[in-house]
Design a protein around this ligand. Structure first.
Ligand SMILES: *Cc1c(COP(=O)(O)O)cnc(C)c1O
Length: 849
């Protein structure tokens, strides 16, 4: 399939000549047989090279190949992997079957980080891993996705913990020629370069490709001769540098990303931006439209129709915002070329209360379809951006949610995959979103599941000991201290894992609030507990690093030594061992700061039971019997919530979790039953196949269809929508609700549509003056609140026009329950509508009375 790619000059014997094809396609990262095949070549080097198959192939000596081709087992293994790869490339996919008419369009997916595998370190945490998992499922499902990102010379950073518990960050420089990536060549066989204007100069970018199953991701690299040292360093480090570096990186990603697609003539129809970092794609695409002679306001509509925006940050401070002079400077090229549009351009990102250009505002203004990453986060985002959309209810704000998931084949332990496969139909991986299939796991004997689980726990403990030994050795601890690690951690003991970025809101040290109580749990002679921590703090995040120090300090206390451990250099490899090998996955963020969280989803697939604050995905995933919740009164102040969360953690451990684990001797049947419930209820839902299908059905395809409609007949629809909006903005101030009458006398009895009970009704009339706006281009609605068992709900009733009066005034009527006696209980509003809008509140104009 990929024979046209110029794989590095690897001379492999004929019998295994297609190994480079596997090494250069990240498909290997979710195929356990392929991974094992590479490991067989040389296990030590495989680990030493951080599981990078390309470097392994490059540095393997001819004698080794010679021996391997005479190893029949190895050749059979190789043949199996090649067969699987060929089958994968040729199978009919979900997308081909579901959307045959759209297979020739591409969806661009832009992200500042991608976590595919530990061997390609261009991710920092959950956002990147999500992007990687998104691309993998897109390939599995046949979705024509093209990923766009940056190629960081120093990656994120390698973390070391010193003898004082301080995080040391090592920035290694990667040799791109030995990573599983390839340069993209132009028609003349030279490396493809693109150029992005930045401030007063042009930055050149080399284009690399990462093959991800059926799809390709492109990565941009500024470390090119001819660029100034400062520019070369722009793709130096992920999230490194100050705001200048940040805005420049985002320009390279957003504008450069579009230029790559053009250079390669990729027929891109939809642009999905994973967080606001890539929002500058809109600026570049508006510019393209202007170059083609399209007016600015029409260009914006075209870009809106074809953009999808996923927001991931539930706190305003987490959104990138740049001072206006900085934007002015970095876009001076653009603004000098298009002086007359500068103001309109700036307005797309302007914050309302501060002179800042906000990337999330830019994204919201230039993407018609937007979503948060869990049900709760959707709600939080709607509240956060409510003012953005006029005076409307939270539920009406046009930001939806698509809950995150994880890529099953990447995160499920191969040993468990094999076990599940014995009890589910052969096609279960392809149909993993079918909840019914997972019921068959009831049939797995508890012994078998427990046996595999214990095996994975032992594997984790071996890795943890090696990790600790390396820390101690490097920190010059005495030999007995280094050797002591052999005895640390016990696979029979209830093991709790906590691993994620050490951002302060994640409160890694919460469980240390009462060390004596923790001591009683950990050191219970009959029912002990052990705790594993891992995670990186951003090098500029000092409170995060303090948290690491505190964990380290506690881990060194006599009473916790060897029972609470801090592992270093959390990456996708360590993450895999942890989410597959502990018993309980602890997550206690400050609610609602965890937009979704995904590590708990990885744990769930593997029968590791979640114990988490009801935040992010767990708010919807937890059903009372598939894990445990950490509770607090969500309306209380932070300190109270923290106290209540802490109490909840200790109490549930003491009263529920520890007793359940230890209640039946060697095989805890009830524990295993809960593991099964967790797998069966969570795995079919919180995977990226479900997530990417949701994106396709609810955003990519609608966006694609609307874009095609907008562009048809020489931009006819785009122009109509743009002109209509322009007209509405200019004339909306004429629209006035003149009076509202509440005819208490005109009552009747009817069934309430909502509560199904009979109630008295009354008529409400409203008189609205429209001025030049045509009344049919608006909707007049009556809004009131109704009390239901779960609280107050907004009810919106469309008002019917009954009479056209003079002076462009129209009378409306609606019928509502009469117990709303006073006008204060309801309001009437008018807002513009169009069948060509993507959502009801696309224009943030709402007039109320
Ligand atoms: C999955 C993953 C994350 C995300 O973890 P959360 O607990 O969801 O924040 C971060 N880092 C790595 C290496 C991961 O694999």
């Amino acid at each position: 399939m990929n024979t046209k790619f110029p794989y590095a000059d690897l001379k492999l014997p004929k019998a295994i000549e297609r190994l480079p094809e596997i090494a250069y396609n990240l498909w290997f990262s979710w195929n356990s047989e392929a991974l094992e095949l590479f490991a067989r070549i040389d296990r030590n080097r495989w680990d030493q090279f951080v599981h990078n198959p390309v470097r392994l192939l490059m540095e393997t000596e001819p004698e080794v190949w010679e021996a391997l081709i005479h190893d029949e087992d190895f050749i059979h293994h190789y043949d199996r992997v090649i067969q699987q790869w060929d089958d994968y490339c040729h199978e009919q996919t979900w997308f081909q079957k579901t959307y045959p008419d759209f297979v020739s369009y591409k969806i661009a997916y832009l992200s500042a980080e991608f976590g595919f595998h530990e061997s390609l370190p261009i991710y920092s945490g959950g956002l990147g891993v999500l992007a990687g998992d998104h691309c993998k499922s897109a390939s599995d499902l046949g979705i024509p996705l093209v990923g766009i990102g940056l190629l960081y010379k120093k990656g994120y950073f390698n973390q070391k913990i010193d003898a004082e518990g301080r995080q040391q960050s090592d920035a290694l420089s990667y040799d791109f020629s030995k990573l599983p990536i390839l340069p993209v060549l132009n028609d003349h066989g030279e490396t493809l370069m693109i150029e992005v204007p930045l401030a007063d100069r042009i930055v050149k970018l080399q284009v690399w490709q990462v093959l991800v199953g059926r799809n390709i991701n492109y990565l941009l690299d500024a470390d090119i001769e001819g660029n100034s040292p400062w520019d070369r360093d722009l793709t130096g480090q992920l999230y490194g540098g100050n705001q200048d570096v940040r805005i420049a990186q985002e320009i390279l990603l957003g504008m450069g990303g579009v230029k790559v697609l053009r250079a390669l003539k990729v027929p891109t129809a939809v642009y999905h931006i994973n967080e606001g970092h890539a929002a500058f794609q809109a600026i570049e695409r508006i510019q393209e439209q202007l170059e083609a002679g399209i007016p600015f306001h029409v260009a914006v509509e075209v870009i809106r129709a074809s953009s999808v925006f996923t927001t991931h940050t539930p706190v305003p401070a987490g959104h990138d915002a740049f001072p206006l002079p900085m934007v002015d400077y970095y876009f001076s090229f653009l603004f000098s070329r298009w002086k007359e549009h500068k103001h309109a351009w700036m307005k797309l990102g302007l914050e309302s209360s501060k002179p800042l250009f906000n990337m999330t505002h830019l994204a919201l203004n230039t993407a018609a379809l937007r979503n948060g990453v869990s049900k709760l986060h959707g709600q939080v985002s709607r509240n956060m951006f409510r003012s953005f959309h006029g005076n409307i209810g939270e539920k009406e704000v046009p930001i939806g949610h698509i809950t995150n998931g994880v890529h099953l084949s990447t995160w499920l332990a191969p040993e468990l995959k094999e076990l599940y496969s014995r009890f589910m139909p052969g096609t279960w991986l392809r149909n993993q979103t079918n909840t019914d299939l997972w019921r068959s796991l009831d049939l797995i004997p508890s012994e078998s599941l427990w046996e595999v689980h214990m095996h994975l726990k032992e594997k984790l403990i071996r890795l943890a000991r090696a990790n600790l030994r390396e820390q101690r050795r490097r920190n010059d601890l005495p030999a007995d201290k280094v050797e002591e690690v052999r005895g640390l951690l016990n696979p029979q003991v209830l093991t709790i894992g906590f691993a994620r970025r050490f951002a302060t809101y994640k409160r890694a040290n919460l469980i240390f609030n009462d060390l004596d109580r923790l001591d009683r749990l950990i050191n219970d002679p009959d029912r002990p507990v052990q705790l594993l921590f891992a995670g990186k703090a951003h090098p500029a995040d000092h409170p995060g690093q303090e948290m690491i120090k505190e964990i380290y300090r506690v881990s060194q206390m006599d009473r916790f030594r060897g029972k609470i451990v801090l592992l270093e250099n959390y990456d996708m490899n360590l993450a895999r061992y942890l989410v597959q090998g502990v018993d309980v996955w602890l997550n206690n963020p400050r609610r609602p700061y965890e937009a979704s969280g995904t590590s708990g989803q990885k744990a769930a697939l593997n029968g590791v039971i979640n114990f988490s604050v009801l935040d992010g995905w767990w708010e919807e995933g937890y059903d009372g019997s598939n894990g445990w919740s950490i509770e607090a009164n969500n309306d209380a102040d932070w300190q109270t919530q923290e106290r209540e969360n802490t109490e909840s953690i200790y109490r549930k451990l003491e009263q529920e979790i520890v007793p359940l684990y230890y209640n039946q001797g060697k095989l805890p049947h009830q524990w295993v039953a809960r593991m099964k419930r967790s797998i069966q209820t969570l795995a079919p839902v919180y995977n990226t196949d479900r997530m990417v299908m949701d994106y396709t059905n609810h955003t990519y395809i609608p966006s694609l269809k609307r874009t095609l409609a907008f562009l048809a007949e020489d931009y006819d629809m785009a122009t109509k929508v743009a002109d209509f909006k322009q007209f509405i903005f200019a004339n909306w101030h004429y629209v006035r609700i003149l009076e509202v009458n509440d005819n208490v006398n005109k009552t009747a009895e009817a069934k309430s549509p909502l509560t199904d009970s009979r109630q008295q009704l009354k008529e409400v009339t409203a008189t609205v003056r429209f001025g030049p706006v045509w009344y049919k281009d608006t909707r007049v609605e009556l809004v009131y609140y109704e009390e239901r068992p779960d609280g107050w709900h907004q009810v919106v009733v469309a008002m019917e026009p009954t009479k056209e009066l003079e002076e462009r005034t129209v009378q409306y009527r609606a019928v509502i329950p009469s117990h709303l006696r006073h006008r204060a209980h309801f309001s009437v509003r008018v807002h513009p509508v169009s069948p060509n809008f993507a959502t009801s509140f696309e224009v943030p104009l709402v007039t109320t009375l």
